[in-house]
Design a binder for this molecule. Structure first.
Ligand code: 4AD
Ligand code: MG
Length: 461
C-alpha cells in the first residue's frame, strides 16, 4: 500500500506503476458509465481522484457508497501533468471496508466552527481541522527539536502537585477523600492529612518551580506538558487544560530568555512553513487573509521591546478608549496588549519590567524596588503569548516576598533551598502552546486548536 503523501511528494517515481491505496470517500459522483471518488487517506492535506467505470463488476454498488465509507483501491497511477490535479488513479478494483450511515453529519456543505465543536470526534476529518491538528503536531515536534538542538534537557514535571506556582489560587483539587463524608480536624477544617498524599494536592498550573530545580543541575532545561487552570474566564484564549512549554536557564538574565523566546518563535514559524506549505496556504486563503505576510514579517524582523512604564505612556497618549482604565500599576488588558503590538509596534512585542504587585512572587525585584524583571511577549491577533521572568535568586528577598504575600513558608522549603546551595541567577518563560497554534494558523478560538477542549462547562468527549 502507498500513502497519498508519497504520491504528491514523489510523483515521478509512480509513473506507469500499479498502486494500492486505502482511505475514506470524501466525495463521489457518477454518470451512467463512469464515476469519480475523491479519496482521503489522512497522510496528506489533499486527497486523490479515483476514476472508476462500468467495467468493474461492482460498479453499481460503488456508485452508492455513502460519503466517509472506508475503501481499498487498486489501480493504475495516471500522470496528468497538464491537468489541475497532477495525477489520478484509474481503478481496477474497489473494495468496501466499512460503509457509512446516510446520516453522516459532514456532508459536502460548510459547517460553522461552533457546530463542529459539538462533533469533536468527527471534526478532524474536515479540511480546517485536519490542517490545524497537523500543524499542532508539527509545531510540538519543532519545539522539541529547537530545544534539543541547543542541548536543553527535557524535564517531566509533576501533574499532581502541592504547590501553587502562580499563587493565583486557580487550581483544581485532586482528592481521594469521600466528598459525602469529609474527615474534619479539631478546628473543623477538612483533614487533608487523611488524603492519599497526606496533604492538599492539585493539578499543576505550571511546572516552573520544579524546572528551576533541574536548571540548577542541568543548566538549560525545558518542560512540555499539560497545565490546568480553574479560572472561570470564558474567553476565546483561555482553556482549563492547556499545554505549556517552559524553558529555564541557569546563569541567565532576562534579555537572555527574551532572545531565546524570539529565536524559538521564529524557528517554529520556519518549520511549519517548510513542512506544511499546503496547510499554511489553506489558512492564508480561508482562515486569515494576510497570514503568510504576517508570519513572514515575524520570521524576519526583530521583535519590538518596550518597558511597561513606556507602554503605559503610549497607551495614555493614544487618545483611544479601551474600555479599561490605563494607569501605572494596573495590569494590561488584552485590548491594551493588542493595540500595542498591532497598532503601535506592528509586530511581536516584548513588554518588560512590570510593577511587582501585578506579577508572581518568584520574579526578581529590580533596583528601583517597584518593578520586577518580568516580560510578556505580545503578538498580533492574540495578545499575551509568552510570560517569563528572571527569578529572585536572593534568598532573603524571596523569603520576605513569600511572607509579605501571606504564603505558607513551609510549602516552599525546597524552593528556598535552591537559593541556599549554589544558587545563581536564572531565568525562564512559559509559552502557551495553544496560543502559539492560534498565532500560526489564524484560528481565533482556543477551542478550535485543542482536539478535545476543556473549558468551563465542557468536559464531553
Ligand atoms: O503567564 P503565565 O501564567 O506564566 C507562568 O505560568 C510561568 N510560570 C511561566 C514561566 O515563567 N515558566 O502562563 C504562561 C503562558 C501565557 O503567556 C499564555 O500564553 C498561556 O501560558 N496561558 C494560557 N493558555 C491557555 N489558557 C489559559 N487559561 C492560559 N493561561 C496562561
Ligand atoms: Mg502571564
Amino acid at each position: 500500500q502507498v500513502l497519498i503523501k508519497d504520491l504528491y511528494r514523489n510523483t515521478e517515481s509512480f509513473v506507469g506503476q500499479k498502486v494500492e491505496l486505502s482511505g475514506w470517500v470524501r466525495t463521489i459522483r457518477d454518470s451512467k458509465t463512469f464515476g469519480f471518488i475523491e479519496l482521503n487517506d489522512g497522510s496528506f492535506f489533499k486527497g486523490v481522484q479515483i476514476v472508476f467505470d462500468e467495467q468493474l463488476d461492482n460498479y453499481k454498488e460503488i456508485t452508492k457508497f455513502p460519503i466517509s465509507s472506508s475503501i481499498k483501491v487498486e489501480g493504475d497511477f495516471i500522470h496528468t501533468p497538464q491537468a489541475k490535479q497532477p495525477f489520478e488513479i484509474k481503478a481496477m478494483a474497489i473494495i468496501l471496508e466499512g460503509s457509512s450511515n446516510v446520516d453522516y453529519p459532514l456532508q459536502k456543505k460548510k459547517h460553522s466552527f461552533e457546530y463542529l465543536r459539538t462533533i469533536a470526534h468527527l471534526r478532524p476529518r474536515t479540511n480546517t481541522f485536519s490542517a490545524v491538528f497537523r500543524i499542532r503536531s508539527l509545531a510540538s515536534y519543532a519545539l522539541h527539536k529547537f530545544f534539543q538542538e541547543r542541548g536543553f534537557v527535557y524535564v517531566h514535571t509533576p501533574i499532581i502537585t502541592g504547590s501553587d506556582t502562580e499563587g493565583a489560587g486557580e487550581m483544581f483539587r485532586v482528592t481521594t477523600l469521600d466528598l459525602d463524608n469529609l474527615p474534619k480536624n479539631e478546628e473543623g477544617k477538612i483533614d487533608t492529612t487523611q488524603d492519599f498524599f497526606e496533604k492538599e494536592s492539585n493539578l499543576t498550573v505550571s511546572g516552573q518551580l520544579n524546572a528551576e530545580a533541574y536548571a540548577l543541575a542541568f543548566r538549560n532545561v525545558y518542560t512540555f506538558g499539560p497545565t490546568f487552570r480553574a479560572e472561570n474566564s470564558n474567553t476565546a484564549r483561555h482553556a482549563a487544560e492547556f499545554w505549556m512549554v517552559e524553558p529555564e536557564l541557569a546563569f541567565a538574565e532576562l534579555p537572555d530568555v527574551m532572545n531565546l523566546g524570539e529565536d524559538m518563535v521564529k524557528y517554529v514559524i520556519n518549520y511549519v512553513l517548510e513542512e506544511a506549505p499546503e496547510e499554511m496556504n489553506f489558512f492564508n486563503s480561508f482562515i486569515e487573509k494576510g497570514l503568510l505576510e504576517r508570519l513572514e514579517q515575524a520570521r524576519t524582523a526583530d521583535f519590538g521591546r518596550v518597558t511597561y512604564s513606556e507602554a503605559i505612556e503610549i497607551l495614555k497618549n493614544s487618545g483611544e478608549n479601551f474600555g479599561y482604565p490605563v494607569e501605572w500599576g494596573l495590569d494590561l488588558q488584552t485590548e491594551h496588549e493588542r493595540y500595542l503590538c498591532e497598532k503601535v509596534f506592528k509586530r511581536p512585542l516584548f513588554v518588560t519590567d512590570y510593577p511587582k504587585e501585578i506579577k508572581a512572587f518568584y520574579m526578581r525585584l529590580n533596583e528601583d524596588g517597584k518593578t520586577v524583571a518580568a516580560t510578556d511577549l505580545l503578538v498580533p491577533g492574540i495578545g499575551e503569548l509568552i510570560g517569563g521572568s528572571q527569578r529572585e535568586e536572593r534568598e532573603e528577598v524571596l523569603l520576605q516576598k513569600i511572607k509579605d504575600l501571606g504564603m505558607n513558608e513551609e510549602d516552599y522549603w525546597w524552593y528556598l533551598e535552591l537559593r541556599k546551595y549554589g544558587g545563581t541567577k536564572h531565568s525562564g518563560f512559559g509559552i502557551g502552546f495553544e496560543r502559539l497554534i492560534m498565532y500560526l494558523t489564524g484560528m481565533t478560538n482556543i477551542r478550535d486548536v485543542i482536539p478535545f477542549p476543556r473549558t468551563p462547562g465542557n468536559a464531553e468527549f
